[in-house]
Design a protein. Structure first.
Length: 212
């Protein structure tokens, strides 16, 4: 039986950041996925790696939903919506390879103990203050970038996998840039959490909003 081939298009046109007022924030990329029957594609990364990335998107969505409720800053709402699209992209990729996608766990009740720890740690940080919320968002995006680049560095990936991982990494760079901008606007200096200052500097120079 033919599998489904994933054709990914992360549309990064019209990347607009609008700050101002209590609900100011970042309007992130639009993401669309088309799945069609076609040539069989076998994922080279193990299912467990893709499930971890899928769980990352769930945890990010949950974290930003909580911080949006607390701060009423639209940057969390907008980026949270993007995380939902990214979750769906990874789910489509898994399904195209014949893997079932499990039911979503409740916020903070993920099957990965490390993810639970990260979520609780950053949620607590975000609940300290509005500045802490932006710092928590930036930290989560750094962790997401680190994990995506770790997978991208592995040899023998299928072209679809490279495209998905690169697009998701670029989206996280945009999110990181948005959170760091908010931190700076509050008069604070963004501090690295999971990536080196050198790597962050390199990432922030990428033209990641160019339409792919």
């Amino acid at each position: 039986m033919k599998k489904m081939i994933l054709i990914l298009s992360l549309c990064i046109a019209a990347h607009v950041c609008a700050y101002g007022g209590k609900r100011g924030g970042c309007a992130c990329c639009g993401c669309s996925v088309m799945v069609q029957e076609g040539t069989e594609v076998d994922l080279k990364l193990p299912k467990e790696a893709w499930m971890r990335l899928w769980m990352d998107e769930l945890a990010a969505r949950d974290l930003y939903a909580a911080l949006d409720k607390q701060t009423q800053r639209r940057v969390f709402q907008n980026i949270g919506r993007a995380e939902v699209r990214h979750r769906d992209i990874i789910a489509s990729l898994l399904q195209s390879a014949g893997h079932a996608v499990p039911e979503e766990p409740r916020a903070g009740e993920y099957p990965d103990a490390d993810m639970v720890e990260v979520y609780k740690k950053l949620l607590a940080k975000g609940q300290e203050s509005e500045l802490g919320a932006f710092q928590a968002g930036a930290a989560f995006e750094e962790l997401d970038i680190l994990e995506l680049e770790t997978e991208l560095a592995k040899p023998g990936l299928h072209q679809q996998e490279v495209e998905v991982l690169t697009a998701l990494r670029d989206a996280s760079v945009r999110h990181l840039r948005a959170f760091r901008r908010q931190i700076t606007r509050m008069g604070a200096e963004p501090e690295p959490a999971y990536l080196s200052a050198e790597r962050i500097g390199e990432l922030l120079t990428l033209r990641v909003w160019k339409q792919r």
